[in-house]
Design a binder for this molecule. Structure first.
Ligand SMILES: C[S@@+](CC[C@H](N)C(=O)[O-])C[C@H]1O[C@@H](n2cnc3c(N)ncnc32)[C@H](O)[C@@H]1O
Length: 207
């Protein structure tokens, strides 16, 4: 619980910075500590409300029932999508970092299943949790830290898991994923959200 409170404080600190207010260093410390201990976390703070809003819009959740989240961390995006999803929907949220996963477990919703593991095994994990296919998959994991082969394989597995007409949304710091997304998906939409530390691209890839 203490960890979750600290993460929420970190988010408030980012909001303060974006409003031009001085940041409370204590607020930023907790997420930053996890970031320092695990480079795979990739961002020094949780996503800002602006990035969350942009990603949620890109997901187009109105008709989505089966949703998978890669790299949920402490659940900033998870909470936001649960607020928008239908009562009969299902969400599988996966997080690799043990400390962040402990905070994710505090997100309480009967539609949500959380798992501490590696999304590179999504082809085995999804069916295990009753998610044979998905309407929407979205991801904050830093693809740049994966090997080229793992990037390719994960996108192939992701596209395979999506229902026809489904979408994959990835928020990333760099543009390196664009050619790979174009290879694995029919169409890719590119947006930039600058009101986040650091600014993120939001890629929406359509199956
Ligand atoms: C940039 S953070 C995004 C966190 C959160 N979704 C947000 O919007 O604030 C990326 C997250 O992906 C997780 N991650 C990185 N590689 C992963 C993997 N292979 N499987 C599952 N999670 C992973 C990291 O531990 C980290 O929590």
């Amino acid at each position: 619980m203490g960890t979750l409170k600290s993460h929420e404080k970190s988010k408030d600190a980012v909001a303060d910075i974006l409003k031009g207010k001085p940041a409370d260093s204590d607020k930023l410390f907790s997420y930053f500590k996890v970031f320092m201990g695990d480079r795979g976390v990739a961002a020094i703070t949780p996503s800002s409300r602006y990035l969350v809003r942009r990603v949620v819009k890109a997901l187009d959740l109105e008709h989505a029932r089966d949703v998978i989240e890669y790299g949920a961390a402490q659940g900033v995006m998870t909470r936001a999508i649960l607020g928008k999803l239908h009562k009969d929907s299902k969400v599988l949220a996966i997080e690799l970092n043990k400390n962040l996963f402990e905070s994710l477990r505090d997100v309480s919703d009967p539609r949500l299943t959380v798992y501490n593991g590696d999304v590179r095994e999504i082809d085995q994990l999804a069916p295990r949790f009753g998610m044979g296919s998905a309407d929407v998959i979205f991801s904050g994991i830093p693809f740049a830290f994966l090997s080229p082969e793992d990037r390719h394989t994960l996108l192939k597995k992701t596209s395979h898991l999506l229902k026809p007409g489904g979408r994959f949304v990835a928020y990333q710091v760099t543009t390196h994923l664009i050619p790979l997304l174009k290879h694995h998906f029919k169409k890719v939409r590119i947006e930039l959200e600058i009101r986040n530390l650091p600014p993120h691209f939001v890629f929406t890839a359509f199956k």
